[in-house]
Design a protein around this ligand. Sequence first.
Ligand SMILES: NC(=O)c1ccc[n+]([C@@H]2O[C@H](COP(=O)([O-])OP(=O)(O)OC[C@H]3O[C@@H](n4cnc5c(N)ncnc54)[C@H](O)[C@@H]3O)[C@@H](O)[C@H]2O)c1
Length: 434
Amino acid sequence: MKIGMIGAGYVGLVSGACFAEFGVDVVCVDKDVARIDSLNAGKCPIFEPGLEHLIASNVDAVRLRFTTDLVEAVNGADAVFIAVGTPSRRGDGHADLAHVFAAAKEIADVLDAYSVIVTKSTVPVGTGREVKRIIQETRPDADFDVASNPEFLREGSAIGDFMRPDRVVIGTETQRAMDVLSEVYRPLFLLETPIINTALETAELIKYAANSFLATKITFINEFASLCEKVGGDIQDVARGIGLDGRIGGKFLHAGPGFGGSCFPKDALALVKTARDANSPIKIVETVVAINDARKTAMADKVIEACDGSVDGKNIAILGLTFKPNTDDMRDSPSLAIIEALQTAGAAIWAYDPQGMVEAATLLKDVMFCEGPYQTMEGSDALVIVTEWNAFRALDLKRVKTLLAHPVLIDLRNIYNPREMELAGFKYHSVGRG
Ligand SMILES: NC(=O)c1ccc[n+]([C@@H]2O[C@H](COP(=O)([O-])OP(=O)(O)OC[C@H]3O[C@@H](n4cnc5c(N)ncnc54)[C@H](O)[C@@H]3O)[C@@H](O)[C@H]2O)c1
């Protein structure tokens, strides 16, 4: 089998490398020349555990190639995957489909034989049908099918998620297309991974249903955490107490500063717009979006409160900038809103993140980026843990206390034990532990 992968970002690179590992011949194409140059020089342009090694071994095995030339990726391909970005459209929050439609047109221009054009990007319901229309209009003679194959991998554990997924969702219109994709995903069929074959629209909707459900679950526990803070109670125990119920499940019940990242915020917003346009608003997700936006600034207020009501003229140390550990992705990270709110309140920000600082420096102004956690907190009036990188889980508390000007620690991920922190002499604040 040969496939083309359009877009060599988080999804395209991981999917491309994993398909190659399955034994498929993969050509990844990206418009970004610097990105392709760095891949061809053996460097991985993103941080994802295990990815650099997986790419290198499949490049060595001549199953994986990178190019800026779409023709190389499309010619002779049994399937062409579109894995380009679908960010929020400025102003209205709809998914911006410009890259998807441009890719569809470019693929149509060079199609040379039957191929399945698969949308892997997260796209609103109806997009697959529009991709089909664009290809037909561009090349009335083209022999092709369209398919929807949304991706569920999580950054930070993307390779494992792709190789051993809970399920694979494939929306198709013809058996011929399904046969091709069954072959591409053959190792997963052999592992008896549930493969859900649906209509195009259903596959597109499943992705939004999954992400908005998970965003809702996080928001639910965050709301409960706020209640715990008011009435007493420990959100960690509440989460465990409900999570052990098999109908609820323990995952995505970690209270924190609100969800961020490249998917949940934009996908929840896009679903809200799709549902409103269809005159069938999904009010629960509308509420989730509003609560989550407010939560990020509420976290800045929490820091201000912990600093006796003002951070004006104070030094605040921030540990963790990415939206979660084990990624360098800064898109919609809660740290951005929290830092901006603290700066507006007059704080000077010192920050450290194991992987996110290069990107963070392009998004944040006037932040002093440091070389490690201890340098960040030297002389600070408070220390805030925003992302739960392992490197922050076992800090030398004696050293932390000596370095801080005031022993105030705000742990927005509940990675420390309140009692131990108190015994160590900290004014410790966490989430949902009233
Ligand atoms: N990042 C995730 O964790 C994740 C998980 C599941 C689904 N998704 C979805 O997958 C899609 C891609 O996300 P991502 O995080 O990989 O995005 P990304 O921004 O990291 O990568 C997209 C890449 O596509 C390239 N590109 C754009 N138009 C192109 C074109 N016409 N030809 C060639 N290359 C082109 C860009 O240069 C970029 O490198 C989005 O729809 C996203 O919602 C992302």
